[in-house]
Design a protein. Structure first.
Length: 207
């Protein structure tokens, strides 16, 4: 899925296709429907939730169904990530602590090139896993194509990316744990309301 610049139109079209697929689920092949429902890390345009459960999760940053309910909040070091820069990563999430309620970042590999600042254009590779069900819902590595973020910090992507990419350097890999309030508080596509998002993001090129 695309997240910025010229590909915004494609994102909107894909989101519309996902909505149509959900409405006609009984007539669509279930495998095909799941492929078209994956959202990119763009700013959410979801309407207000109508159920008290979703509203509560959005307002409080509570974890979505299936997340650990007991224990302290997880720290960055509690999440294990394998794989080198440029390769598809593997994320291992713990079951002994709760998802963080604030943005958590950790540089898995420090870059040596240009630094991401407000307004920077960044070519990225990324993988997104949802915390509650530990499922990969999107990644650019399998597509073999980097995704551009036009104007970091200007609202072109979710707040978790706008804030979490700042300070990265070209050639670096970063773990981002994004709470619901900085991602999709009301849910979008396969992402449930109140879901914590876990990204591994490579800064392939920064300008």
């Amino acid at each position: 899925m695309q997240i910025a610049g010229k590909v915004i139109t494609v994102t909107v079209a894909l989101a519309a296709a996902a909505a149509l697929s959900a409405c006609t689920n009984s007539e669509q092949d279930s495998t095909r429907g799941s492929n078209t429902a994956t959202p990119p890390p763009t700013t959410s345009s979801s309407s207000k939730t109508t159920t008290s459960t979703s509203t509560s999760a959005s307002a409080t940053g509570a974890p979505a169904s299936g997340a650990a309910a007991n224990g302290p909040e997880c720290k960055a070091d509690d999440i294990q990530v394998s794989g080198d820069f440029g390769a598809k990563p593997t994320i291992t999430l713990p079951a002994t602590c709760k998802p963080p309620t604030t943005l958590v970042t950790k540089d898995l590999k420090a870059g040596t090139g240009a630094e991401v600042k407000n307004g920077s254009v960044v070519e990225t590779n990324y993988l997104l896993e949802t915390w509650s069900d530990k499922k990969i819902v999107d990644n650019s590595f399998d597509r073999g194509q980097t995704l551009p973020v036009q104007g970091v910090g200007t609202g072109q992507v979710i707040k978790g990316w706008d804030q979490g990419l700042l300070g990265m350097k070209e050639g670096g890999r970063r773990l981002l744990i994004v709470p619901p309030s900085l991602g999709y508080p009301n849910g979008q596509g396969p992402i449930k309301a109140g879901e914590t998002l876990v990204f591994v993001t490579d800064a392939v090129k920064v300008s």
